[in-house]
Design a binder for this molecule. Structure first.
Ligand code: GLN
Length: 244
């Protein structure tokens, strides 16, 4: 498992998501509460992406989030109205390298995947066949999550609606790789799209801000669990849910 979150709203400090709340992402990295499908801690790297203009900025590492000495000051000093962050527990056999840590980046989209594609890479052969070979040769890392992100990015660049791209991907992988876990999380700075398929997710929508996270960051009663097998689409002022 990994843990991930995305925020849209008035400018927030990265620290407001990564470090300061009682169950902030850094806390979820070493003391997650809702693990499904194995794994104990999320120590195989982390990443945070935020919008400061047109193109997102990323800061990623193969180290545990709690061991990065530079991050607390960076997170306290950096604010953004659109943030996506993740901590990673690498699936067995997948490399622990910076480029395998979400968020992946494709155009304006920051993309994260919490889960596993069973039978990877063979089970993705059908989906990969839709991509030009150049796209496969330039994956950020040889992992299931990097491949899913590239597939999503390819179809978004082709102009397909994001909810359709994510829903189609989840449906196809259910068929070609049964037992896969596919909690995807994306933002382009204006909307958040998240799927639940095998892992936990919660959402908190308050006064012009929305926060989607694998686990609630605090005891705020405004947190709502997202049921499994759903697609969430949110802006800073609106959240909608449908089955997927
Ligand atoms: N399978 C992905 C990876 O290894 C995601 C792992 C996870 O969600 N724990 O990076």
């Amino acid at each position: 498992m990994c843990r991930h979150l995305a925020y849209l709203g008035p400018p927030a400090r990265l620290a407001d998501l990564l470090f300061d709340p009682p169950h902030a992402l850094a806390h979820q990295a070493w003391a997650p509460r809702d693990m499904r499908g194995g794994g104990t801690i999320n120590a195989d790297g982390f990443g945070v992406g935020w919008f400061a203009g047109e193109t997102p900025i990323r800061y990623r590492s193969a180290m545990p989030i709690w061991s990065d000495a530079a991050l607390p000051a960076l997170a306290a000093a950096t604010t953004s109205g659109a943030i996506l962050a993740a901590v990673r527990s690498a699936t067995a056999g997948m490399p622990v390298v910076e480029t395998a840590a979400a968020p992946f980046l494709d155009g304006r989209w920051l993309i994260s995947h919490n889960g596993v594609v069973r039978g990877f890479p063979g089970s993705l052969a059908g989906l990969a066949a839709e991509l030009p070979v150049q796209e496969l040769l330039t994956l950020e890392a040889p992992t299931d999550s990097a491949a899913l992100s590239r597939y999503i990015g390819h179809h978004l660049r082709a102009g397909k609606p994001v909810d359709e791209v994510v829903a189609t991907l989840v449906a196809e992988i259910r068929t070609t790789a049964p037992g896969s876990r596919l909690n995807l999380l994306l933002t382009d700075g204006e909307q958040i799209i998240a799927s639940t398929a095998g892992h936990s997710l919660s959402v908190r929508a308050t006064a012009g801000a929305v926060l989607v996270a694998s686990e609630p960051l605090d005891d705020d009663p405004a947190w709502r669990p997202v049921p499994d097998n759903h697609l969430l689409i949110a802006t800073s002022t609106d959240v909608s849910l449908g089955e997927v």
